[in-house]
Design a protein around this ligand. Structure first.
Ligand code: ATP
Ligand code: MG
Length: 441
């Protein structure tokens, strides 16, 4: 039985006014829909409904990582500065790193990423070439003291990231790991209801020689991006999730057309595309890197080869902005009335609207439907409050559940209730049995 969720008792602090500190729509909608509350600049508390969405995104990210053969572990948020001194990034990282001293005056930091830490784990515990290949990941909070935290959870200081790390002994095998993550990312974002385009990217401070950013197109995106229009038609869910085969053809098919972020763009290639060029704003939701031995060499992370000689590990890292995705999905999926959640990440599938709470027949029918749907495993939020119908509809549209099940005394006289599909606005008048059938199919 799905948990009891009635609006009369659920903690859903919906705001009537649009908060004026929020500059972009997703941030405004997240505040208005009672999903998050700012704790301090770029740091948020996740309220029950926001947390539900965050957890659903996290679950899909995890499923696709596991499917690709990556193994989950959990590293701490607080790291020792020593590891970063070994890699040479302690000084290079600059003021974005939150540096802390413990009571013994030891230098610590709140991890902005985990290349050093995972390299340390692997060098300590993996000894032989038989211990690779491996892809390890975790989903953990990061801290980056961004110069300008803004747009709510999209550019926070504390944010949730999925980061994976691959270990191999040859560059060829490391590329295979890269292709696996590339395909896993295509599938992940498609399941989240997003069209994410892999674009050639600069490897930046992480360094290395192969990198793609996964970008969704949205007017409020922070970066300018350029791509061939064919990307808008491609469907990642048609990809078989078979990670044992050769994935290079898939990678090639997804990268042979032009797609680049501003830092990497090539005006000559763009001019040649003519009408096939799409110029847009984009939001980075994932970023993957192959960087070879950049960390393993300075940190002495080797395994013993078949001939007994040490081999420095070939590595890659692969990030997804889990908390940024909550905002990014809203940027991609909304209308004037509010959020339109893709079903895969919706906090509840159905909002049950009681148009006349206190009326025995209406209350009775709502309880019956509520019980039947929950028993069938459907996540339902029941608006049982004594409120005006107009305000109930506005709340439902704002919070964006995929279906609204509307029950009122007038319809019930005819034995009918209404199902509204949020994405299309389509309304159907159905018998209660037909409605339950539709929503449980
Ligand atoms: P950006 O260019 O947006 O600053 P980045 O390139 O520094 O991001 P990565 O190190 O590639 O970020 O991190 C992996 C993912 O983590 C990014 O693709 C993004 O989705 C997410 N991310 C990075 N910084 C933030 C942030 N400040 N707030 C929320 N999510 C973030
Ligand atoms: Mg990046």
């Amino acid at each position: 039985m799905v948990r009891d969720m009635r609006l009369s008792t659920y903690f859903l602090p919906v705001l009537k006014e649009t908060p004026n500190e929020a500059q972009i729509l997703s941030h405004r909608l997240m505040l208005r829909a009672g999903m998050v509350r700012q704790a301090s600049a770029g740091i948020y508390s996740w309220l029950p409904m926001g947390l539900k969405v965050l957890r659903k995104i996290e679950a899909i990210v995890r499923e696709e990582q596991d499917r690709a053969g990556a193994q989950e572990l959990l590293m701490p948020t607080i790291q020792s500065a020593e590891l970063w001194q070994e890699s040479g990034r302690y000084d290079a990282y600059g003021p974005e790193m939150l540096r802390i001293r413990d009571r013994h005056d030891r230098e610590m930091l709140f991890g902005p990423t985990n290349e050093e830490q995972i390299t340390d784990i692997f060098r300590g515990l993996a000894k032989s070439y038989r211990d690779v290949p491996k892809i390890l990941y975790h989903i953990q909070w990061k801290f980056r003291d961004e110069i300008r935290p803004r747009f709510g959870v999209m550019r926070g200081r504390e944010f949730l990231m999925k980061d994976s790390y691959s270990f191999d002994i040859t560059a060829d095998d490391a590329r295979k790991a890269y292709y696996k993550m590339f395909v896993a990312y295509l599938r992940t974002f498609a399941r989240l209801g997003l069209k994410a385009i892999p674009m050639r990217a600069d490897t930046g401070p992480i360094g290395g020689d192969l990198s793609h950013e996964f970008i969704i197109l949205a007017e409020t995106g922070e970066s300018q991006v350029f791509c061939h229009k064919s990307f808008l038609e491609m469907d990642p869910l048609s990809l078989a999730a078979d990670y044992d085969g050769d994935l290079k053809p898939v990678f090639d098919a997804w990268t042979h057309n032009y797609a680049a972020t501003e830092e990497m763009h090539d005006p000559a290639q763009e001019a040649a595309l003519g009408d096939d060029l799409v110029t847009a704003r984009g939001i980075e939701v994932g970023h993957i890197f192959y960087f070879g031995t950049k960390y393993s060499k300075p940190m002495g992370a080797t395994v013993t080869g078949p001939d007994g000689q040490p081999i420095p590990l070939e590595m890659g890292s692969y990030g997804i902005g889990v908390s940024r995705l909550v905002g990014a999905i809203i940027e991609a999926c909304h209308d004037d009335a509010g959020i339109i959640w893709p079903e895969s990440v919706a906090p509840f599938k159905v909002g049950l609207v009681n148009l006349k709470s206190g009326d025995a027949a209406t209350d009775g029918m709502c309880e019956t439907l509520y019980g039947q749907l929950r028993a069938a495993g459907v996540d339902v939020l029941y608006d049982d409050r004594d409120e005006r119908a107009g305000s109930k509809f506005a709340t439902m549209d704002l919070i964006g559940l995929p279906y609204q099940l509307v029950v009122g005394p007038k319809g019930l006289k005819e034995g009918m209730i209404e199902v509204k599909t949020r994405a299309t606005g389509n309304r159907e008048t159905l018998t209660p049995e037909a409605a339950v059938h539709l929503l449980t199919a």
